[in-house]
Design a protein around this ligand. Sequence first.
Ligand SMILES: Nc1ncnc2c1ncn2[C@@H]1O[C@H](COP(=O)(O)OP(=O)(O)OP(=O)(O)O)[C@@H](O)[C@H]1O
Ligand SMILES: [Mg+2]
Length: 369
Amino acid sequence: MNLIRQRLGRKLFFSYLIIILVGVVSLAVTAEFHAPSAFDRHMASMETMMGGSMSGMMADLTANFRTAVNEILFVAAGIAMATAVLVSSFVTRRIVSPVQQMKTASQRIADGRYDERVQVVGEDELADLAQSFNQMAHTLAQTEERRRQLIGDVAHELRTPLSSIKSVMEGLEDGVLPAESATFHDVQHEVSRLQRLVQDLEQLSRAEAGQIILELEEANPAAFIQAAAERLRMQFDDKGVALRLEMVEDLPHVQVDTARMTQVLLNLLGNALQYTSPGGQVSVRAWANSNKAIIAVQDTGIGIPVEHLRHIFERFYRVDKSRSRTGGGSGIGLTISKHLIEAHNGRLTAASPGLNQGSTFTITLPIAA
Ligand SMILES: Nc1ncnc2c1ncn2[C@@H]1O[C@H](COP(=O)(O)OP(=O)(O)OP(=O)(O)O)[C@@H](O)[C@H]1O
Ligand SMILES: [Mg+2]
């Protein structure tokens, strides 16, 4: 019994067998009880037609008829049985083998072989299942790839400041470097960079897990735009990049965590400043349209080539790795910003006409009810 329960093919075969059996038995029973009376009725009418008694012949005829019916039933049952074997083995192959394939593939995936896929045959539910299975495998592979990449990226980001601290320390120990404040300042700088990286990573992991707690309040966008601009004003002046704010009067209010929004604007303005040469200009414009408040940070800087645009919100993504490294960027700022804006049910997008043609980052936020 267990053998039948554990095998889909056998289950199918036995279900066919039951149908055949019921068919044969019901036919036999009907023939046994109904056929003689029907036969007698017809023969009786023939008897009156032909006139005279035929009772001796009748008995013979009835017996022969019964044997014939049983013979036919026997042959038909044999044919039906053979058909059941053929059909069930065919159907089994069509149903069981894809299922078996998926079972094997899922075991391989469980062993960490995420490149495993199954063949999609036909368009039935099994094909749908195979397709979903492949999709799941693809998502798992991507997640695994991202995890591996994250670890690689973090290790890479840690390596540079650590090795630079190590070499300064060795220099101090060997007496090659003087023990003076400039040397210690270098170490301090690298340590701050590490600290910032750790803070960013912490925030990133919280953001990616959807664990950002927002302290929402109704605010005028002008308030946090000005707050961010004031904090960076000196740095803009020092570099010789103009910072202009263009906001319409009576902007509609938005429901936001103002500290987080200031942080996003600091990120965007910081980037705009970093990637714009002296003499350039950065402008922040804010306006409203129907039910959205829109804030655009536009710069006249180095721009972003179109093939990089769709990647810049990915963590650790830098358009030019060597260039940004000297600037100290690790490529997390925009990732965090995007998560923060999306936590506010808003959108953050980037646009750039191309290299050296400036960039525009646009925040869209729903207006407070
Ligand atoms: N205004 C901009 N103009 C040109 N390129 C930009 C601009 N803003 C961002 N980018 C590109 O997008 C990349 C990702 O930006 P992001 O802010 O995430 O990282 P980062 O500034 O390099 O480092 P950090 O994590 O310190 O912010 C940058 O490395 C840069 O190549
Ligand atoms: Mg940045």
